[in-house]
Design a protein around this ligand. Structure first.
Ligand code: F6R
Length: 243
């Protein structure tokens, strides 16, 4: 695992965007696995700036997002579809036909999840998967459990995740109770992984996930077994790891 400690959120966002830009430059038709949440917002801003400066071309890039709330329509401003368009897709020259996000409006969870795995396989797999880190160690919506879920599946969100995400909704009651998410197996099959994390409130989970035992109780800990992981964090998030 490679750790880049940056002084603050702006610096970590620049670093993460540089790593993604390098991937696009080296392989213009690469497949990017993308994440939502607050952690990658700055990374996307920097990628948009690079596109606007003429330094990046997204015309052949393909994407597959990690997850989506089940039950939210695409025009709901809390859907991850909406988020991706607001933060990245609408501001760069990506072909919308090349972007993929689980469809939260599909009721048949098994069919939608199997379809999403097929989509990723048909893209030839993910070259670089961007991740954030939940306070309980979740990646995507893979919550602490007794085993690592393999493929894309439908999850019941845990109270702590509903609590953490309610800031984006009118109230906790409005947070969807289920989501579609890539499985741990899906994530681990990405050729490279880039995780962005910031803030003192993530310091404990960074230490547990990357310096503690590998256990499905801390889903992100599995990344210790991936051959090509880069963690980009700020000083606060890295304040409890060995230096
Ligand atoms: C987002 C996702 C989640 C977030 C995690 C951290 O697509 O899958 O795992 O990455 O909840 O969220 P933030 O960055 O808001 O702290």
């Amino acid at each position: 695992m490679r750790f880049y400690e940056e002084k603050d959120y702006d610096a970590l966002s620049q670093r993460a965007a540089n790593i993604i830009a390098a991937q696009i430059i080296l392989k213009p038709d690469c497949v990017l696995g993308l994440a939502t949440g607050s952690s990658p917002v700055g990374t996307y801003k920097n990628l948009v700036a690079k596109y606007e400066n003429g330094d990046l071309d997204f015309s052949q890039v393909k994407t597959a997002n990690l997850d989506e709330y089940k039950g939210l329509t695409r025009d709901n401003d809390q859907s991850y579809y909406y988020f991706m368009h607001q933060n990245l897709f609408d501001h760069v020259n990506i072909d919308p036909a090349n972007t993929n996000i689980p469809d939260g409006t599909k009721d048949d969870s098994e069919a939608e999840c199997a379809h999403y795995e097929d989509v990723i396989a048909s893209l030839g797999g993910v070259d670089l998967q961007l991740l954030g880190l939940g306070h309980n160690g979740h990646i995507g919506f893979n919550e602490p459990a007794s085993e690592f879920p393999q493929a894309t599946h439908c999850v019941d969100l845990q109270e702590s995740t509903i609590e953490a995400n309610k800031r984006f909704f009118a109230s906790a009651d409005d947070v969807p109770r289920q989501a579609y998410t890539m499985g741990i197996g899906t994530i681990m099959r990405a050729k490279k992984i880039l995780l962005v994390v910031s803030g003192q409130d993530k310091a404990d989970i960074v230490a547990r996930a990357f310096f503690g035992p590998v256990t499905p109780e801390v889903p992100a800990s599995i990344l210790q077994f991936h051959p090509d992981v880069t963690i980009v964090g700020d000083q606060a998030a890295f304040s409890k790891i060995p230096h």
